[in-house]
Design a protein around this ligand. Structure first.
Ligand code: ADP
Ligand code: ASP
Ligand code: MG
Length: 405
């Protein structure tokens, strides 16, 4: 007997008809002699609406209370899904994350799963039930409800698949699979039949929201067989797997853009040892994550440092820096939120050259100025003006010939 985890995203359970269709898939898999665990997200825009409710009360809600609130979206979906399965004549039982022992750390709104006690799930599966688990949530060591960051139902599904040693984890969503670029922004984008864990991990970390980056880290570590599939038809979607030799023949697998970052510029600091350390110590002390960093070569004894931070953390970064401006003798500290990070990703970059040149030339032809550059073995990212990002994304997609063949 096999074991399958099926995860249904928000759009796949948005209304009664969709819930019934999802339930049908679960029942079919069970009738094909599988144990089935279903992980559900909150319906449609429910999570956004719940965050909105909090903001109607206060600008700065407590993260613990936010988790209490937003986790309810998934709980609603589980009960409705279990009812839909019952209506199809199959036994099912719904659980919250806490009820099935998904234990996380205490970082409210972005908790990490520490352990899952699979005993209860196994017992229910063995008694012939389809087990429906609320995605996106867990409980910490002090019994507080936590959530796993936006898109976190993917992490629930993958973690359960890993620990239950599932034969397959299917992520059902509202597109045909993983594309070379967001198909809603680049209509010519092509659906990929397969992609390596490393590539989708980079893409997800750099803004591709089709699967949550953390879930891929987990999938890679535990070698979870993963598929991203449409909920609206029976296509196979995209298989996410370990890289195979022939995958390197494809130089670029995808392009992506994120507008979640902001740029911080510190001008005119004395060019001497210890100042960069002092700046980033202060930034870290304020729990701000830093991404790209550039320091120019000092002239006349002074240097400039530019770096990017998540947009949501810009205010914290700026107040931290203003607090030490005198101490570090910085002439000026400024920021720019109107930036976007455009990236190309592909494991083929390891063995092919000329990718950076092609990317930079394409941006030059589009008259897009590159403000910052960073690279890893399988990606090149550029910070550009946000207003030009859509045009730049399309041009890069075309330049690397990623469109439909
Ligand atoms: P779900 O609610 O099922 O979790 P998400 O909204 O989290 O769905 O993810 C699906 C969305 O991801 C799609 O509607 C699509 O617009 C977006 N997306 C962004 N980049 C890509 C890509 N490269 N391939 C496929 N979808 C992408
Ligand atoms: N409902 C949560 C969100 O909107 C989790 C998820 O959908 O994966 O982020
Ligand atoms: Mg999602």
């Amino acid at each position: 007997m096999g074991l399958i985890v099926q995860k249904f995203g928000g759009s796949s359970v948005a209304d009664a008809e969709k819930i019934k269709a999802a339930a049908q898939r679960a029942v079919q898999a069970a009738r094909e002699d599988n144990h089935v665990v279903v992980v559900v997200s909150a319906r449609g825009q429910t999570t956004d609406q719940l965050f909105g409710l909090a903001n109607e009360i206060t600008d700065k809600p407590s993260n613990r209370e936010l988790d209490m609130l937003v986790s309810t979206g998934e709980q609603m979906s589980t009960a409705l899904m279990a009812m839909a399965i019952h209506a199809l004549g199959h036994d099912a039982i719904s659980f919250t994350g806490a009820q099935v022992g998904i234990v996380t750390d205490s970082h409210h709104t972005k908790a990490r799963i520490l352990k899952i006690d699979t005993k209860k799930i196994r017992e229910e599966l063995d008694s012939g039930k389809i087990v429906v688990v609320a995605g996106y949530q867990g409980v910490d060591a002090y019994n507080n409800i936590t959530t796993l960051g936006r898109g976190g139902s993917d992490a629930t599904a993958v973690a359960l698949a890993a620990l239950l040693k599932a034969d397959l984890c299917d992520i059902f969503t509202d597109v045909e699979g993983i594309y070379t670029a967001d198909p809603r922004v680049v209509p010519e984008a092509r659906k990929l039949d397969r992609i390596s864990y490393d590539e989708i991990l980079e893409l997800a970390s750099l803004g591709t929201k089709v699967v949550q980056a953390r879930s891929i880290e987990f999938a890679k570590k535990y070698n979870v067989p993963l598929r991203v599939r449409p909920c609206f038809n029976n296509s196979d979607g995209t298989i996410i797997c370990q890289e195979a030799k022939d995958m390197e023949e494809v130089v670029v697998s995808g392009v992506t853009v994120t507008k979640d970052e902001a740029k911080v510029i510190i001008r005119g600091i004395p060019d001497r040892p210890g100042l960069a350390a002092r700046i980033f110590k202060e930034i870290a002390r304020n729990n701000v994550n830093v991404d790209m960093i550039i320091q120019n070569i000092g002239t006349h004894g002074h240097a400039n440092i530019t770096f990017t931070v998540p947009r949501a953390e810009l205010d914290d970064a700026m107040s931290a820096l203003h607090g030490i401006q005198q101490e570090i003798s910085a002439r000026e500290i400024s920021s720019d939120s109107n930036v976007a990070k455009l990236s190309v990703v592909g494991i083929g970059m390891r063995s092919h050259c000329g990718i950076a040149e092609k990317m930079f030339q394409t941006l030059a032809d589009e008259e897009v100025n590159i403000q910052m550059i960073s690279t890893s073995e399988i990606k090149i990212s550029c910070i550009i003006d946000e207003a030009q990002s859509k045009r730049a994304l399309k041009a890069i997609h075309k330049a690397f010939d990623l469109g439909k063949k």
